[in-house]
Design a protein around this ligand. Structure first.
Ligand SMILES: O=C(O)C(=O)C[C@]1(C(=O)O)C=C[C@@H](O)C=C1
Length: 261
């Protein structure tokens, strides 16, 4: 989202447009990763020693992610209200350019569920997405992983804006306030859930994965889906089991803090 366009429009329709755009980003990022093998050494903690970072005990992916995020922090990526680092903030350097005054749309909060995103991605997505092999392309695999993880993180934490928009709806606000005061997470989740939007999303996602996973000839024909670049069911499962539930988890966590200070 461009927070500096001066509009500060957080209507649900606009936010959902962004979520739809991020579906494309995520599918294409997964297609990029799927061309390389699983490459187990990328995910094994403590396998390598890193020059200048000898104490680092995580995996090659975590090392690469941390080093990437250090650079991105310098250009103030994590000051943007829709960007969340996987690296603990105290390990990241300060920006080298002056801070931007973003419009205060969200209530200040420290919600960051990237540890959960990393876990499901490494445990469940990568082994199903890639050939269970080792093609030695560890750097290529890790760069694609970083792109996938950042896109998933942005999409899931976008739940904060969606929750804010829902809270501002005068029709539902009294109910939200009641449930927040009662610390009733389940009632909050039920109130913010829109089954029709979820069902439409999953149908659209399946179609997109099917189309984006094929080649298109010069004449505009689609190649047969025999050689799809991505497992369509996996993309749907990714959203059904993780992306949507975790977005809702962020929404609920944000709303529970919405009345504080
Ligand atoms: O669009 C919304 O209303 C959202 O809250 C986002 C989202 C999603 O993750 O896609 C989550 C919960 C709703 O049930 C529908 C969709």
């Amino acid at each position: 989202m461009n927070y500096l366009s001066g509009t500060e429009d957080i209507s649900l329709g606009k936010l959902r447009d962004t979520l739809i755009r991020l579906e494309d980003t995520i599918i294409f990022a997964l297609i990029e990763r799927a061309q390389f093998s699983y490459n187990e050494p990328v995910y094994k903690a403590g396998l390598y020693k890193y020059k200048g970072c000898e104490d680092f005990e995580g995996s090659f992916l975590e090392y690469f992610l941390q080093e990437s995020e250090k650079l991105h922090a310098k250009v103030r990526r994590y000051q943007s209200p829709d960007e969340y680092p996987f690296t603990e903030r105290h390990l990241l350097p300060d920006p080298i350019i002056p801070a931007i005054e973003y419009p205060q749309i969200l209530k200040p909060n420290d919600i960051n569920i990237n540890a959960k995103i990393m876990e499901f991605y490494v445990k469940h997505i990568i082994p199903s997405l890639c050939a269970m092999d080792d093609d030695q392309n560890y750097g290529s695999a890790a760069t694609r992983d970083v792109t996938c993880l950042q896109a998933l993180s942005q999409r899931i934490h976008y739940g904060k804006f969606v929750a804010e928009a829902k809270f501002r709806d005068p029709k539902d606000q009294p109910k939200y306030i009641e449930y927040i005061k009662a610390r009733d997470s389940k009632a909050i989740e039920e109130l913010l859930t829109n089954k029709k939007v979820e069902e439409d999303l999953l149908k659209r996602l399946k179609r997109k994965a099917l189309i984006y996973g094929q080649d298109i000839t010069e004449a505009g024909d689609f190649t047969l889906d025999a050689n799809l670049k991505i497992n369509v069911d996996l993309v749907v499962e990714l959203y059904e089991k993780w992306v949507i539930p975790l977005t809702k988890e962020v929404e609920v966590a944000y709303l529970l803090e919405r009345l504080d200070n």
